[in-house]
Design a protein around this ligand. Structure first.
Ligand code: KG4
Ligand code: ZN
Length: 384
C-alpha cells in the first residue's frame, strides 16, 4: 500500500515575523504566495459533482450534474441507475470543473472525495476517480464525511468561523443534530429513527401526485394552501428523546388524502386537496425541526445554529428558524441555497483535515449506509 506523506502544516500557515507575539498569519498574506487548490469529488447519492476550492476556501468552480430525470419515474433514487450514471458523468464533470476554475491538473495540491455515508456503488465511483487522480498526480488524498460537509457549507463565504455550534443536517437521508466543537470535532446527538425529513417530502409528494424530488414540488404546491387546514401530528416533538420520526406523519398524510384503509379508501388523492395537504405537511415538518433545534441549542449551550442539507433550501423552514433564533438570541447560519443540496464545493472541509495533516492512503475505502442514532461513528480513512 502506498502511504501518502502527511500534509505539512506549513503549506497553509506558518509563523509570521511576529511569531514571538504568538500570532499566525495565513501564507496568502505574503508576497509571491500562490493560493493552493484542491479538486473535490462528490457522488454519494444521485448528484455527480466536482469543485475546485482554494486554500482560502474560495470556490473556483462547482459543477453539479443531477440525475432527477433518471429517477423521477420511480419517485426516489434507484441505486443501480445512480451508480451507472455516475460512471458516465464523472470525467466530464471533473473536466468541466477544472475548465471553469481555469485550473490544470498540475495546479492541484490535493484531491478530496466523499467516502461516507451514501450508496455504495455511487461512493465507489467517486472514490475510484479520486484515488486514480491522487496516485497519478502524486498529491494527497483526503476523505470527507458528507454530513460534516453539509454543516461546513453553512460557513462558506463567511468571514468568521461558525464553530462551535449546533450542526443540523436535514437532507434526503438524514435528519441529524450534532455538537460541533470545531470543524473537525462533531458528535451526533440526535437522528431519525425511520424516514429522514427529505425522504418524507419525497414520499408525501408521491401520495399527492407531485413530481420528484418532493421538497421543491411540495413547497410550490404549499404556496396556495393553508398550513392549518389539516391537523397533522408533530412526531416526537414533546418526547424527552432528542430523536426524530417522520414515517407516521407520512401515513397521516396518506389517510388525510385518501381516507383510512377499507372499502371507502380512495385509490388516488383528489387534486383539490393537494395545496392544503402540502402546506399542512410542510408546516408539521417545520414545527418539529425548529422545536428540536431549539432544544439542542438549550441543551448544549451553544449560541450558534448551522443548518445544511437539501431540506434547508425550504424557505418556510428558513423563515421559522430565523424567527426562533431571533426571539431567543441565537445566531443562525443556513447554507446558501446552492450549497444546501448535494455539491462538491462543501467538501472544502478537506482543507481543515489537510491543515491537521490528516490524509488518507490508497487503501481508503468507502463507508456506505445511513447514519442512525445509537450507531458508533465509524473511523473514516482520513481518521476524522
Ligand atoms: O442534501 P440532499 O441534496 O441529498 C442528500 O444528502 O440526501 O437532499 C435532498 C433532499 C430531497 O429529499 C429533497 O426533496 C429535499 O432535499 N429538498 C427539499 C427542498 N429542496 C430539496 N425539501 C424541502 N424543501 C425544499 N425546497
Ligand atoms: Zn446530502
Amino acid at each position: 500500500m502506498l502511504a501518502r506523506p502527511a500534509w505539512p502544516r506549513q503549506c497553509c500557515y506558518f509563523p509570521s515575523p511576529s511569531r514571538f507575539t504568538g500570532k499566525f498569519f495565513p501564507l496568502s498574506a505574503f508576497p509571491g504566495f500562490r493560493v493552493q487548490k484542491l479538486l473535490a469529488i462528490e457522488s454519494s447519492c444521485d448528484e455527480t459533482s466536482a469543485a475546485v476550492v482554494a486554500s482560502d476556501r474560495s470556490v473556483l468552480s462547482n459543477v453539479v450534474a443531477s440525475q432527477f430525470e433518471l429517477h423521477e419515474q420511480f419517485g426516489g433514487v434507484v441505486p443501480e441507475i445512480a451508480s451507472r450514471a455516475h460512471v458516465r458523468r464523472i470525467l466530464p464533470v471533473i473536466e468541466q470543473s477544472l475548465k471553469e476554475a481555469g485550473c490544470a491538473l498540475s495546479d492541484l495540491s490535493a484531491i478530496a472525495v466523499t467516502s461516507e455515508p451514501g450508496l455504495v456503488g455511487s461512493l465507489l465511483v467517486g472514490m475510484t476517480a479520486a484515488k486514480t487522480l491522487a496516485m497519478t498526480l502524486d498529491i494527497p488524498l483526503v476523505t470527507v464525511n458528507h454530513i460534516d460537509a453539509h454543516i461546513y457549507a453553512c460557513g462558506m463565504g463567511q468571514p468568521q468561523s461558525i464553530f462551535p455550534c449546533v450542526g443540523f443536517v436535514v437532507s434526503g437521508g438524514h435528519t441529524n443534530l450534532y455538537d460541533c466543537r470545531s470543524a473537525t470535532d462533531f458528535t451526533m446527538i440526535a437522528g431519525t429513527t425511520d424516514d429522514a425529513a427529505g425522504e418524507a417530502f419525497d414520499k408525501v409528494a408521491r401520495i399527492l401526485n407531485l413530481t420528484y424530488p418532493g421538497g421543491p414540488s411540495i413547497a410550490k404546491a404549499a404556496e396556495s394552501g393553508d398550513p392549518a387546514a389539516y391537523d397533522l401530528p408533530r412526531p416526537m416533538m414533546r418526547s424527552d428523546r432528542p430523536h426524530f420520526s417522520f414515517s407516521g406523519l407520512k401515513t397521516a398524510v396518506l389517510y388525510a388524502a385518501r381516507g383510512v384503509p377499507g372499502p371507502n379508501q380512495l385509490s388516488d388523492t383528489p387534486a383539490d386537496r393537494v395545496p392544503n395537504l402540502a402546506a399542512s405537511f410542510q408546516q408539521a415538518v417545520v414545527d418539529v425541526l425548529v422545536f428540536k433545534a431549539r432544544h439542542a441549542l438549550k441543551k448544549l449551550g451553544h449560541k450558534r445554529l448551522c443548518v445544511g442539507g437539501g431540506v434547508a433550501a425550504n424557505t418556510v423552514l428558513r423563515a421559522h428558524l430565523a424567527d426562533m433564533c431571533h426571539r431567543h438570541g441565537y445566531q443562525l447560519h443556513v447554507a446558501p441555497p446552492q450549497l444546501c443540496t448535494d455539491n462538491a464545493a462543501m467538501a472544502a472541509i478537506a482543507w481543515e483535515y489537510l491543515e491537521q495533516g490528516k490524509t488518507a492512503d490508497l487503501s481508503a475505502d468507502v463507508l456506505p449506509g445511513l447514519v442512525r442514532p445509537g450507531q458508533p461513528r465509524k473511523k473514516s480513512p482520513t481518521g476524522n
